[in-house]
Design a protein around this ligand. Structure first.
Ligand code: CTP
Ligand code: MG
Length: 234
């Protein structure tokens, strides 16, 4: 039986966050941001192991104590210049682990999506475990879409019909994802599904919700904190 293994790329600098501290370590509901996604993934009984991919020169991870995660957690200092490089390097280090198989499922999840829930994770696994290709959590686009000219004036309105916003986790088999990421220009893609699409395959979209948003700009922190705190008090 194939297992489900999580991979968290966490080697970015968070340039849009405008903070000296890399985004994944910013304080969120009393913990470094990455703690929240790690907690969800490690506490899921369906996830066999969780790999965290850090920048080779990361000197923040060691400042924290991660005792409750110890049995499932594997930390690798092999992040690359782009997210795709970090994921591919992480997959290569997973492959070197004797307990991991070529046909195991890998769930790639951004450290910057702290509000992922166990039920979203279960939904993704339930839908995709029998899928030929794999897929990702996503939500249909809700806003009206404008295409801008260089002067920031509306050139046209784009139809949102059939458009979805990609989230993570994105779930594919280890061998297929390694093959796909090995073939693409890593500077041109911003998610894992794009690499699979470039092989001519069609990843499945699994309906998620807006709570699983990516913390990108400073104002996103307050929103994520509200969501996490509301859950704690339930
Ligand atoms: N990531 C990574 N390696 C990189 C770049 C990004 O592992 N070279 C990770 C980030 O740490 C994050 C996830 O990919 O968990 C999603 O990326 P993003 O939200 O874009 O984070 P950053 O790249 O750090 O932020 P920015 O684009 O604003 O610089
Ligand atoms: Mg980025």
């Amino acid at each position: 039986m194939a297992r489900f293994i999580a991979l968290i790329p966490a080697a970015g600098s968070g340039s849009r966050m405008n903070n000296q501290l890399p985004k994944q370590y910013l304080s969120l509901a009393g913990k470094p941001m990455i703690y929240h996604a790690l907690h969800t993934l490690c506490s899921s009984s369906r996830i066999f192991k969780v790999f965290v991919i850090l920048a080779p020169d990361d000197n923040e991870w060691g400042h924290y104590d991660w005792p409750s995660f110890s049995d499932k957690l594997a930390v690798r200092y092999c992040g690359g210049a782009t997210r795709a490089d970090s994921v591919l390097n992480g997959l290569k280090s997973m492959q070197a682990d004797a307990s991991i198989r070529h046909d195991d499922w890998v769930l790639v999840h951004d450290a910057a999506r702290p509000c992922l829930t166990i039920s979203q994770l279960d939904q993704l696994i339930d839908v995709l475990a029998v899928d030929e290709v794999g897929g990702l959590l996503a939500i249909p686009v809700a806003d009206t879409l404008k295409r801008a000219d260089p002067n920031q004036r509306v050139m046209c309105t784009e139809s949102r019909n059939g458009l979805w916003q990609a989230q993570t986790p994105q779930m594919f088999r280890l061998g297929l994802l390694m093959d796909a990421l090995g073939k693409v220009d890593s500077t041109t893609i911003t998610d894992d599904a794009s690499a699979i699409e470039a092989l001519g395959l069609r990843p499945r979209l699994v309906l998620s919700d807006a709570y699983n948003f990516k913390v990108t700009y400073p104002q996103d922190l307050a929103l994520a904190e509200l969501i996490l705190q509301k859950r704690e008090t339930k």
